[in-house]
Design a protein around this ligand. Structure first.
Ligand SMILES: [Zn+2]
Length: 532
């Protein structure tokens, strides 16, 4: 049965009413509730940031106990000694591929391997040989398939929250300033700063975009990147935009923030988005260093290198593009690469004898997928792979914990019985009955060839009303490996959606052993906290 929008809304409302009824009045037995009592209980229990936090903390203790006990229950001395020896990580590097699901990793592995002349499938991305691996459950308190704000908040505050919320508990209502709690959740960056570490967040997205924003801002709406996005009545209550939170907070925990997004720091009159006529970049330059190009970033690095310690260094802000930075495959030369930003940050971070916390986001894997263009997502993943490969030559993993993961997945799928070594962006060529590749591409029921990669939904969909995008691609003669080629999708949508399945996590360094099994996403924070 096809539901019309009002009737689906009605069912959702009914569901919410039932859920509330269930949680409030256990004595009233409603059959529709009793069939789903566990779910209702979980939702009720989860409406508490304290509970999420406590649950994560306890899981770390449990894991530690598991690691230090033999199956007979006796404490293993050698293990205990080892644990004491490498108990803390001086430095923590947390690398996040935005939207880098497991299918993206498989496709990127083949993509990079094939560029090196290999068949591809046997290649390993730089972090795939890390000794510890886990699967991460990514759901938010209110979403089965989550967004970046809720997921990064879980990773950075140790508490699961709702869609669109930046480092605040799930008790807040989206876009409702009156629901702001008195105390914000401290982020992992705040904890690192309190321990005397130097801190950095670098991204290829806008620095005010959901993922990076979580490390320094607290907002009831991820879209409040600058003031013009906040309704007047919400501003009157006192909610401030994400860009201004970074610049105005003199006790900020981040020493370095690099990425794109100048437009949220500039007034409309100067080509930005701000309504309040403030030029936040000028305000920033009163207190910190600023770079808008790779050359200016290099000048900042040279200046920092002349310093003996990090104590007296001013904080850095680098905004290298108006909105997101360019995709890696076509990034303008004046914009630094993810690796160049990482290298710049690392040179300064290493000045602190007490260590550092560095968060790196390949922010545009997600955008390539939303656009239905696998080439863009894979080249962005390749940039993350190369950055981690380079990092491994620069840091000592005996004192530096490196964790590589994703906030959520996408609907990319790799299928169709392509022969071994088939070009990952190409049409499926299957094997013959003897196991050798056929001479021509496989055909679907309508007689058309099809690619190995596809999406569950998005602009690449072919249907009677919405088929124009893919049709255009083919009419314009776009090759299957063209950056703008849209892989076939099933459900027609303007943007491809996130995927709700687990993502992978890879770890190396002190306490990397904590990461194994299938873990709740907010638990990653507690393991990082334990390791620091
Ligand atoms: Zn996304």
């Amino acid at each position: 049965m096809k539901l019309t929008l009002p009737s689906s809304l009605c069912i959702i409302s009914l569901f919410r009413i039932l859920r509330i009824t269930c949680t409030m009045a256990a004595v009233i037995v409603l059959s529709s509730c009793s069939t789903d009592s566990t779910f209702n209980k979980d939702i009720k229990d989860s409406r508490s940031a304290d509970r999420w936090f406590q649950q994560g903390k306890e899981r770390v203790q449990k894991r530690k106990a598991e690691l230090t006990q033999t199956r007979y229950g006796a404490v293993e001395k050698a293990e205990k000694r080892r644990d004491k020896k490498d108990s803390k990580a001086k430095n923590i590097i947390f690398v996040l591929g935005d939207g880098m699901g497991v299918s993206t990793l498989t496709a990127a592995r083949i993509f990079v391997g094939q560029q090196q002349g290999l068949l591809g499938e046997e290649f390993a991305l730089s972090f795939e040989n890390f000794p510890y691996t886990a699967l991460i459950k990514t759901y938010s308190v209110d979403l089965q398939t989550p967004d970046s704000a809720g997921t990064m908040s879980a990773l950075m505050t140790g508490v699961k929250t709702n869609e669109g919320i930046i480092s605040l508990p799930d008790s807040v209502q989206r876009a409702d300033c009156t629901s702001m709690p008195k105390n914000s959740l401290p982020t992992f960056i705040d904890l690192a700063k309190a321990k005397g570490k130097s801190t950095a967040m670098i991204t290829t997205a806008r620095v005010t975009h959901a993922t990076p924003a979580v490390t320094y801002a607290h907002s009831v709406d991820r879209n409040w990147e600058s003031d013009e996005a906040i309704p007047a009545q919400e501003q009157a209550i006192g909610c401030t935009d994400i860009a201004s939170q970074f610049v105005n907070n003199e006790s900020r925990s981040l020493d370095i923030l690099l990425g794109g997004g100048r437009r949220h720091f500039l007034p409309k009159e100067e080509g930005g988005k701000r309504n309040d006529k403030r030029n936040l970049i000028k305000d920033w330059q009163q207190q910190g260093e600023y770079a808008s190009t790779l050359a200016e970033l290099e000048t900042m690095v040279t200046k920092a290198e002349a310093e003996n310690s990090s104590d007296n260094m001013k904080p850095w802000l680098g905004l290298f593009s108006n909105s997101h930075m360019g995709y890696a495959y076509q990034r303008p030369v004046e914009q630094p690469s993810l690796q160049q930003m990482t290298a710049a940050a690392l040179k300064r971070l290493k000045k602190n004898k007490q260590g550092y916390t560095l968060i790196i986001e390949a922010g545009r894997i997600d955008h390539g997928h939303h656009d239905g263009t696998a080439y863009k997502a894979l080249t962005e993943t390749q940039e993350l792979h190369e950055t981690v490969a380079w990092l491994l030559t620069q840091v000592d993993t005996r004192e530096t914990l490196i964790v590589v993961t994703a906030d959520h997945s996408h609907t990319l799928t790799l299928a169709g019985y392509a022969t071994r070594g088939n070009p990952i962006l190409g049409d499926v060529v299957a094997n013959d009955t003897k196991g050798y590749p056929k001479q021509s591409a496989s055909l679907d029921l309508a007689g058309n060839s099809y690619t190995s990669l596809g999406y569950r939904d998005g602009p690449g969909a072919i249907d009677a009303e919405h088929h124009s995008e893919k049709d255009n691609a083919e009419k314009n003669g776009l090759a299957k490996d063209d950056p703008n080629y849209r892989q076939a999708a099933l459900v027609p949508m303007d943007y491809e959606t996130h995927g709700g399945e687990d993502v992978a996590l890879y770890a190396i360094g002190p306490q990397a052993r904590l990461f194994s099994g299938t873990l709740e996403q907010h638990w990653v924070f507690h393991a990082l906290k334990y390791a620091m």
